[in-house]
Design a binder for this molecule. Structure first.
Ligand code: 3HC
Ligand code: NAI
Length: 691
C-alpha cells in the first residue's frame, strides 16, 4: 500500500482501508488530490482485505473545496464528478471523517460517502455563492435530500457553514467523534457499520422534504434586498427548486447548466479575484518573511468620540484590554456609555451573552489622563481632525509612552509624516485609519509613513487580523487610498447636480450600480455639517447653504432630502429650487443628463485616481485598491472593485471617455500616465503591482 501519489495515501488497519489526503494548506481538490483520491478508492475497492473505507485529511482541515486557482484554466487530471461516482458507487461503505472545514467541493465529496463522522469543532458548508458560484458537484441536489429544502436554501444562498452539532441534528453528520480522536473514532465507526452489515446509504436515493412552491416564492421575496444585483443566489435557488421537483439525474443536469453559466460570467470572475486579492493584501512586499512583530497586550485610545469608541470595541471584543482617554468628562462618559449600549444591543440580538458584555466592559479603563497610557503597547489617537491638536497629542505621547510602543493616528486625511515628526520616534508611528462604524466596517487602511519601521508595519497587519479587519497598506497622501478616490467621485456628483441632474438621480444611478447608497444619501447620513462652521460659512457651496438654513442631514430631518420620523426620505422641492437658483447664479445652463453619463462621470475619475495612486506607489497593488473599496465603501463585490471594473469595461474605453469629458470639463479628467500606458499595452489595473 502506501502512497498513491504526492497528495493521497492508502493504509489498511485490520479490515478498514484508510485514505489520507494531504495537500497543504487546505487540501483543496486540485488535480493531484482528485487523481490520488480516485486511485486510492480504486485500490481499496480492489483489496479483498478491505471491508470499509475511511476518508480523512491530514493537516488543519478536511477538503476545503475545489482548487479555486484552477478555475478558468484547461482541465487536468480526473474530473471531480468521476471521483465522486467512484465513492458513491463503491461496493463497500465509505465513511468521511471530518475536521476543520468541509466546504464546497469538500462537503460535496463527503456527501457522496455513505456515512459522515465529524469532530464537534468541524464546520460544514457550501460557500460557493460567495465566489459567485453554486455548488457544482451535486451539492445542490444532495444537500436538500438530507437537510430539507428550506435549510438547504439557507445554506447555499448564504454560504455560511454550520457546526458539526447542528449537522448532527439535521442528519448531515451521522456521529460526532471526540476532539482529537477523529481517526480512531472513524475507524471504529466503520468497523461497526461492517459488523452490523448496515446498508450503503446513498444520499441521492433520498427524497427532498419541504420543497413547496410557496417556500421558494417566500424565500425570494424575503431576500430580494439582500440578493440585489447578484446572479448567484438566484441560480442557487433554482437548483434547490430542481432538486425538489426533478429526479436526481435531471437535477444534476440543471445544476451543471446553471453552474457553467455562472462560472463563465463576470460576477464570479470578480468574486474569485476578490477572494485572492483579500489574501494578497495581507502580504507586504519587501518585508522579509518572518519579520518579528511587537507584542500587543494592551491598547490605548485617545478620544472617545464617534471613532474612538468603535476602535476600542474591536480590541475589547478580541480580549485585549483598552484604556480610553478623553479631555472632557462628559465626552468620556458618553463614549463609554455608547460602547456598553452597543454590546447590550448585540446581546439583545442573541449574539453575545450577558457575561460577554461584562467581560468586554471589564477590559475597559476610562481615564482623563494621558499618563495612564504609559504601559500600552499600542496607542491609537482619534481626536479632532486638526494638525495642531494631533501634533500636541503626539508630542505629549512621546514623553509618556514606553519605549517600543506603537503610536498610531486614525486621521482621515492628514500627513502622517508630519504627525510623526512631532515625536522623537517616527519609526514607531503609523496611520491606522478605521472606517465608521469602526466596530463594524472590515476595512483598515494601514498608513505607512516615510520612516515607519518594518516591524511596526508587520505588527499593524497582525493586529488587524486579530481584530478581524482586512488591512491594506497605503502611503502618505491626502485621503490615502479610499478617501482620495472618494473625493473625485464627490467632486463630479456635486458638479452633476448643478449641470442638470438632481441628487436623487445621482443616488438612484449609483444605487443601481450596486452601492448601498448614493453620495447625497451618504452625505445626509454622515451629517452635512461635518467640518462646516457657522461663523465661516459664506454660502459658497450648496452644502453651506443647506447648513445655513439648518438642513444638516438625517439627524435633524432635513438635508438634501426631507425625512419623516422613521427616517424615510423623499426628494425635497425646496432643495430642488435651491439647486436651480444656485446653478442660475453661477451661469450654468442646465441640460438633460443621462444615467450613463452619471456612471461615467462618477466612476471613471475614481478609476483614474486609482491609477494615480498606483503610479505614485501609494498602494502596492491594483487589487489592494479594490479591497479598500469593497470593504470600506460598499463597492459591489460582484463588480470586483474599481480597478477590476475598469479592466472589465476596457481601459481604452475608460481612457477615451476621460478624454471626451476632459474636452468639456477640463483637467479634472486628465488621464493618469499609468492608465494611458496600460491601455496602450493591453495591461490590467487589477493585476498591476508596484515594482
Ligand atoms: N482553492 C485554492 N486555494 C485556496 C482555497 C481553495 N478552495 N482555499 C484556501 N486557499 C488558499 C488561500 O488562497 C491561502 O493561500 P495563501 O496562503 O497562498 O494566501 C491559503 O489557502 C490559506 O487560506 P486562508 O488564509 O483563507 O486560511 P484560513 O485558515 O483563514 O481559512 C478556509 C481556511 C476557511 C478554508 C478559507 O481559506 C476558505 O474559506 N477557503 C475557500 C473555501 C471555498 O470557497 N470553497 C469552495 C470552493 S468552490 C467549489 O468547491 C466548487 C465546487 O462546488 C465544484
Ligand atoms: P469626534 O469629534 O466624534 O471625537 C473626537 C473626540 O476627541 C472628542 O470626544 C474630543 O473630546 C476628543 N479629544 C479632542 N482632543 C483631545 C485630546 N487632546 N485628548 C483627549 N481627547 C481629545 O471625532 P471622530 O469622528 O471620532 O474623529 C476622530 C478622528 O478620526 C479624526 O481624525 C477623524 O478624521 C478620524 N476619522 C473619522 C471618521 C468618521 O467617520 N467620523 C472615519 C475615519 C476617521
Amino acid at each position: 500500500m502506501g502512497n498513491i501519489n504526492a497528495a493521497a495515501d492508502l493504509s489498511v488497519e485490520g479490515n478498514i482501508g484508510i485514505i489520507t489526503l494531504d495537500s497543504p494548506p487546505v487540501n483543496a481538490l486540485g488535480a493531484d488530490v482528485r487523481d490520488g483520491l480516485a486511485g486510492a478508492v480504486d485500490k481499496a475497492v480492489a483489496d479483498p482485505a478491505v471491508e470499509a473505507i475511511v476518508l480523512i485529511c491530514a493537516g488543519r482541515t478536511f477538503i476545503a473545496g475545489a482548487d479555486i486557482s484552477e478555475f478558468g484554466k484547461p482541465p487536468r487530471g480526473i474530473g471531480l464528478h468521476e471521483v465522486q461516482a467512484k465513492i458513491e458507487n463503491a461496493p463497500k461503505p465509505v465513511v468521511a471523517a471530518i475536521h476543520g472545514t468541509a466546504l464546497g467541493g469538500g462537503l460535496e465529496v463527503a456527501l457522496t460517502a455513505h456515512y459522515r463522522v465529524a469532530v464537534p469543532s468541524a464546520k460544514l458548508g457550501l460557500p460557493e455563492v460567495k465566489l459567485g458560484l453554486l455548488p457544482g458537484a451535486g451539492g445542490t441536489q444532495r444537500l436538500p435530500r438530507i437537510v430539507g429544502a428550506a435549510k438547504a436554501l439557507d445554506m447555499v444562498t448564504s454560504g455560511t457553514p454550520i457546526g458539526a452539532k447542528a449537522a448532527l441534528e439535521t442528519g448531515l453528520v451521522d456521529e460526532l467523534a471526540p476532539e482529537g480522536e477523529l481517526r480512531s473514532a472513524a475507524v471504529a465507526f466503520a468497523q461497526k457499520i461492517v459488523a452490523e452489515k448496515r446498508p450503503l446509504k446513498k444520499v441521492r436515493d433520498l427524497e427532498v422534504k419541504g420543497g413547496s412552491p410557496e417556500l421558494f416564492a417566500e424565500f425570494r421575496k424575503a431576500n430580494a434586498r439582500k440578493f440585489r444585483g447578484f446572479e448567484a443566489p438566484e441560480a442557487n435557488i433554482k437548483c434547490i427548486e430542481a432538486a425538489s421537483g426533478l429526479p436526481f439525474d435531471e437535477g444534476m443536469k440543471r445544476e451543471r447548466e446553471l453552474f457553467m453559466g455562472l462560472m463563465t460570467g463576470v460576477q464570479s470572475a470578480a468574486q474569485r479575484y476578490v477572494f485572492f486579492a483579500e489574501r494578497q493584501a495581507a502580504k507586504i512586499p519587501n518585508l522579509p518573511e518572518g519579520t518579528a512583530t511587537r507584542p500587543i497586550n494592551k491598547v490605548g485610545v485617545i478620544g472617545a468620540g464617534t471613532m474612538g469608541g468603535g476602535i476600542s470595541m474591536n480590541f475589547l471584543s478580541a480580549g485585549i484590554p483598552v484604556t480610553i482617554v478623553e479631555m472632557k468628562q462628559d465626552a468620556l462618559d458618553r463614549g463609554t456609555g455608547i460602547i456598553r449600549k452597543n454590546y447590550e444591543n448585540t446581546a439583545a440580538k442573541g449574539k453575545l451573552t450577558a457575561e460577554g458584555v461584562e467581560r468586554n466592559m471589564g477590559l475597559l479603563t476610562a481615564s482623563m489622563s494621558l499618563d495612564d497610557l504609559a504601559d500600552c503597547d499600542l496607542v491609537i489617537e482619534a481626536v479632532f481632525e486638526q494638525m495642531d491638536i494631533k501634533k500636541e497629542v503626539f508630542g505629549k505621547l512621546d514623553r509618556i509612552a514606553k519605549p517600543g510602543a506603537i503610536l498610531a493616528s486614525n486621521t482621515s486625511y492628514l500627513n502622517v509624516d508630519e504627525i510623526a515628526a512631532a515625536t522623537s520616534r517616527p519609526q514607531d508611528v503609523v496611520g491606522l485609519h478605521f472606517f465608521s462604524p469602526a466596530n463594524v466596517m472590515r476595512l483598515l487602511e494601514v498608513v505607512r509613513g516615510a520612516r515607519t519601521a518594518p516591524d511596526v508595519l508587520a505588527t499593524a497587519m497582525e493586529v488587524a487580523k486579530k481584530i478581524g479587519k482586512v488591512a491594506v497598506v497605503a502611503g502618505v497622501c491626502f485621503g490615502f487610498i479610499g478617501n482620495r478616490m472618494l473625493s473625485s467621485r464627490q467632486r463630479e456628483a456635486n458638479k452633476l447636480i448643478l449641470e442638470g441632474a438632481m441628487p436623487w438621480d445621482v443616488d438612484r444611478v449609483l444605487y443601481d450600480f450596486g452601492f448601498p447608497m448614493g453620495p447625497f444619501q451618504m452625505a445626509d447620513l454622515a451629517g452635512l455639517d461635518i467640518g462646516w462652521s457657522k461663523e465661516k460659512s459664506r454660502g459658497e457651496t450648496l452644502r453651506d447653504r443647506l447648513c445655513e438654513i439648518d438642513r444638516r442631514g438625517q439627524k435633524n430631518g432635513a438635508g438634501f432630502y426631507d425625512y419623516d420620523e422613521k427616517r424615510n426620505r423623499t426628494p425635497s422641492p425646496l432643495v430642488e429650487k435651491m439647486i436651480l437658483d444656485f446653478a442660475a447664479e453661477k451661469g450654468i445652463a442646465r441640460r438633460a443628463i443621462s444615467d450613463e453619463e452619471i456612471v461615467e462621470r462618477c466612476i471613471y475619475p475614481m478609476i483614474n485616481e486609482g491609477a494615480k495612486v498606483l503610479d505614485e506607489g501609494m498602494a502596492y497593488r491594483g487589487s489592494d485598491i479594490d479591497i479598500v473599496w469593497i470593504n470600506g465603501y460598499g463597492w459591489p463585490v460582484y463588480r470586483g472593485g474599481p480597478m477590476f471594473y475598469g479592466d472589465t469595461v476596457g481601459l481604452q474605453t475608460v481612457l477615451d471617455r476621460l478624454n471626451h469629458y476632459r474636452a468639456t470639463q477640463g483637467d479634472d479628467f486628465a488621464p493618469s500616465p499609468l492608465l494611458e500606458k496600460l491601455a496602450a499595452e493591453g495591461g490590467k489595473l487589477s493585476q498591476y503591482a508596484a515594482k
